[in-house]
Design a protein around this ligand. Structure first.
Ligand SMILES: NC(=O)c1ccc[n+]([C@@H]2O[C@H](COP(=O)([O-])OP(=O)(O)OC[C@H]3O[C@@H](n4cnc5c(N)ncnc54)[C@H](O)[C@@H]3O)[C@@H](O)[C@H]2O)c1
Length: 193
């Protein structure tokens, strides 16, 4: 974990459950953080927690952004590079899951889940990769156990996370020659309930 020191890291969905936990862990090891979230009040609160945990104020930036929008994705990268001058780690964390069986999923729910969980990850990654090639950096995509196991009431969510898993494998091979590592992460929060 010491290798995280000074690593400039973007966390999308940095105000949420996993985003916050990741920010606090990376802050503990001295990474420099960009928390990008729709919920900027929440991201600011996480930033305050990171500072209380010892991260210097100048080592953390929040960006209010909807990562399903191209202009907002560009702003995240631009703000990161203009403040820190580099990017070492992209954590594609922002994601949503709606409770609905496949036969009860309306088009707007399908679009919302696929736009955020799949499309936004891909296009966020495209913008980050030139900077990650320069640093031989890392990409972490939040998938889910639902990418491998069937959860009846999370039909489209499972489809979207299976896409994330294949996105990750394909991208890992594409990036290998540039020394950029790509991995997926997931946890089983329901097992803790
Ligand atoms: N919670 C679980 O049990 C679990 C398990 C496996 C994987 N995951 C995955 O982990 C990731 C994080 O999950 P979580 O439980 O921390 O979620 P969460 O709902 O607690 O946090 C998600 C964050 O993303 C932000 N967000 C939502 N839409 C956004 C958008 N368009 N642009 C920018 N930010 C946006 C939200 O404001 C929120 O802060 C997701 O990809 C999720 O699918 C979660």
């Amino acid at each position: 974990m010491e290798s995280l020191k000074e690593k400039v890291t973007i966390i999308t969905g940095g105000a949420g459950g996993f985003g916050r936990a990741t920010a606090l862990l990376f802050a503990k090891y001295g990474a420099k953080l960009v928390l990008a979230d729709l919920n900027n009040t929440g991201a600011e609160a996480v930033a305050e927690e990171c500072k209380k945990a010892g991260l210097p104020s100048d080592d953390i930036l929040t960006v209010e952004a909807n990562i399903t929008k191209e202009d907002d994705r560009k702003k995240i990268i631009e703000d990161c590079i203009s403040k820190f001058g580099r990017l070492d780690v992209l954590i594609n964390n922002a994601g949503i899951g709606r409770i609905a069986s496949l036969m009860n999923t309306p088009p707007d729910v399908y679009d919302a889940e696929m736009d955020l969980n799949v499309k936004a990850q891909l296009y966020m990654t495209q913008l980050a990769v030139p900077h990650l090639k320069a640093t031989k950096g890392n990409i972490v995509n939040l998938a889910s156990i639902a990418s491998e196991e069937v959860f009846i009431e999370f039909g489209v969510y499972g489809i979207s996370k299976a896409a994330v898993a294949m996105f990750t494998k394909t991208l890992a091979l594409e990036m290998a020659e540039f020394g950029v590592r790509v991995n997926e992460a997931w946890s089983c929060a329901y097992k803790l309930l």
